[in-house]
Design a protein. Structure first.
Length: 365
């Protein structure tokens, strides 16, 4: 049997690429490097990017089409070419980001996302370039808190790569899986899918130059945390908790995760959220409805800074729901509390960078 180019191209024309709904030839995906040597055939398929979800299945379908339409005896070699440059390797992502801060909590409901959002705004108020990544894939809240639920990030071509352009609000670059999914539908993804989505938000986005990259992590300890630790050199973690013992018990687990010998991410300090309740009509009164100084005592016990005590004020909830985080109002009690938190984070981060080298990325094993 004699093989010739048209025979191969006709076989490839029977394969439909799901991304265009056209066959490989019509989609101009077959590179001009077809080689035939007896019963050996080699060529390249061209994809837009190396993370194309249909890449592997398309390659298998192309090989199967040649075997089915021509002969099973044909030895097929298919190489991959991409129009855009490949994603940077782990350790080389976000080269223009100076500090990566993970805001974490041992359990949900302690106000971690509120603290992360307001910390980002407060840092921007202090003149820093800030990005905020909503890493809570299954419960994204950043779009709601910044009133950008209807926004959809655009693609931008930069340095030969197609990148996601973050949404900008209040001088902060924002990305969240919430921009890409129906807000009224539960995200039912396995761990691998969620981790891959998170990697795209980190590595395939145009974050540019940032002084602080804030990660709003999911509550507890999960696959998402491992993905972050295996992808980024995290400068330090900020642990958020309420003063009550139940929350503090879980905060200890969060601290232990970062202090684990295989992780070794520095703990920048603790934030005691809902430290006391202050009614608007009685701003001088403090009611310790969740207990008093729980995080303060834990910080002392574990030899780490208490970065801030944030009071529980009705306006925090109202402003968050309106998409106007409290840190925007720097003259308010809560606004000043978040400014103080940002100043503390800057201080401990500078001290950490002076005394310690970059955090080592957790190796995948």
């Amino acid at each position: 049997m004699t093989l010739y180019p048209k025979l191969i191209m006709d076989a490839l024309a029977t394969v439909t690429y799901p991304g265009t709904k056209k066959n490989l030839v019509e989609s101009e995906m077959v590179a001009d490097n077809l080689r035939i040597d007896g019963m050996k055939v080699s060529f390249s398929l061209i994809f837009n990017r190396d993370t194309d979800p249909f890449l592997k299945s398309t390659v298998k379908a192309a090989e199967a089409a040649i075997h089915y339409n021509i002969s099973k005896d044909v030895e097929v070699t298919i190489d991959i070419e991409t129009k855009s440059k490949p994603r940077p390797e782990v350790g080389k992502m976000l080269p223009n980001v100076k500090n990566i801060i993970a805001v974490s909590s041992g359990k949900g409901g302690v106000g971690k996302s509120t603290v992360a959002a307001n910390l980002a705004i407060a840092l921007a108020k202090l003149g820093y370039k800030v990005g905020l990544l909503d890493a809570d894939i299954f419960g994204p809240s950043v779009p709601k808190m910044f009133q950008v639920e209807d926004e959809r990030p655009c693609a931008v071509n930069k340095d030969g790569r197609d990148l996601i352009e973050p949404i900008e609000k209040y001088g902060i670059k924002l990305l969240s899986i919430g921009f890409f999914v129906n807000p009224d539908t539960a995200t039912l993804w396995r761990g691998g899918m969620a981790s891959n989505a998170l990697k795209q938000l980190i590595a395939d986005a145009d974050w540019g130059e940032l002084d602080y990259f804030i990660l709003d992590t999911p509550p507890g300890t999960s696959d998402i945390h491992l993905t972050l630790l295996q992808t980024l050199s995290i400068t330090g973690a900020v642990i958020v908790s309420t003063p009550q013992n139940v929350a503090l018990a879980d905060a200890r687990k969060g601290i232990d995760m970062y202090r684990n010998d295989k992780v070794n991410v520095p703990i920048l300090g603790l934030v005691e959220n809902m430290a006391w309740f202050t009614p608007a009509e009685l701003p001088e009164n403090k009611y310790y409805i969740f207990g008093k100084d729980g995080c303060k005592n834990l910080a002392k016990e574990m030899d780490m800074p208490l970065l801030a005590q944030i009071p529980l004020v009705q306006s925090i909830c109202e402003n968050g729901d309106k998409g106007e985080p409290s840190a925007l109002q720097v003259d308010s009690v809560t606004g000043q509390a978040f400014i103080n938190l940002a100043q503390s984070v800057v201080t401990v981060t500078n001290r950490r960078n002076k005394d310690q080298g970059p955090t080592r990325i957790v190796q995948v094993k």
